[in-house]
Design a protein around this ligand. Structure first.
Ligand SMILES: [Zn+2]
Length: 115
């Protein structure tokens, strides 16, 4: 199953536009993945960078291979996909709906950790 994402709409306190588009360096990405996965005691996901598309960010989480795909190094996109990974790994399989209550709780914690 894949989850396709357009932003974070299921949280009480979402990122601002500025926070959502904050650039994430390779070093920061490493820290975000390592720290967050350690906090939830889950494996670190595979990350695959896709070609960028002008004016469009895109991300996908593939639960069968624990893989986050994303086309732009921006905070909001990476945390959105990471929340899918944590939701899947702490539950065994990704609960439906994809952006349900449990997903929203995990994402909110991630946003508050890294904003
Ligand atoms: Zn999503």
């Amino acid at each position: 199953m894949r989850s396709q994402c357009t932003g974070e709409s299921n949280v009480a306190n979402p990122l601002t536009i500025e926070e959502f588009y904050r650039p994430v360096s390779d070093e920061l990405l490493e820290v975000v993945l390592t720290y967050s996965c350690s906090k939830w005691n889950v494996s670190i996901p595979n990350v695959v960078k896709l070609p960028d598309r002008p004016r469009k960010f895109a991300g996908k989480y593939k639960q069968s291979t624990n893989t986050i795909q994303y086309n732009r190094d921006i905070l909001g996109l990476i945390l959105h996909e990471l929340a899918h990974h944590i939701n899947k790994c702490t539950n065994g399989t990704h609960p439906l709906p994809s952006h349900g209550t449990r997903y929203g709780e995990i994402l909110q914690e991630l946003l508050d950790l890294w904003r």
